[in-house]
Structure formats: structure tokens, C-alpha cells
Design a protein. Structure first.
Length: 88
């Protein structure tokens, strides 16, 4: 899937994640998390697995995590990517 425009998903509430995606010439992921020290690698892996499953190879994905579990992070990434690709 191609990221055609900027889009967001999620909130900045506790136990949630805010994801912003935008077009880029390469795949760039930025992770900012209140639990990065403990779970940063797992969050990054979750984001990259979700992007791979959607066929995303280019774009900027910025995640601000407030303690979300993996399924929430994956859902927020998927929603933002689908919004950015023109899907509802």
C-alpha cells in the first residue's frame, strides 16, 4: 500500500498511541514512548511487522506511545496507513 497523504490515528491518552504517517522517499520510523527503555524494541518490531503486512515500503511513520499494548499499536498504524492510502 502506498502512503499518498498525511494521516493520523489514535490519541495521546494513557494506554494509547498516536500515529502520524506521511509520504517519504524511504521508510522512516520514529518511536517516542514513555516505556521505550523497557519495550522500545518490541514497539519498533510491532510497527515494522504491521507496515510489512500492509505492503508499505516508503513513508514516514511517527509513533507517540503512551503505554499501549501491541494490538493497539498495530491497529493505530494500520488505521493511519489506510487513511493515508485513501481507504476508509
Amino acid at each position: 500500500m502506498e502512503i499518498k497523504k498525511s494521516a493520523t490515528a489514535g490519541t495521546m491518552e494513557s494506554s494509547d498511541a498516536f500515529v502520524m504517517v506521511s509520504p517519504a522517499d524511504e521508510l522512516i520510523t520514529e518511536i517516542n514512548s514513555v516505556v521505550y527503555t523497557q519495550y522500545g524494541k518490541a514497539i519498533e518490531a510491532c510497527v515494522k511487522e504491521t507496515l510489512a503486512s500492509l505492503g508499505v515500503t516508503k513513508g514516514k511513520v511517527a509513533v507517540t506511545d503512551k503505554g499501549a499494548i501491541d494490538c493497539v499499536i498495530a491497529a493505530r498504524v494500520e488505521t493511519a496507513v489506510k487513511r493515508a492510502g485513501g481507504e476508509n
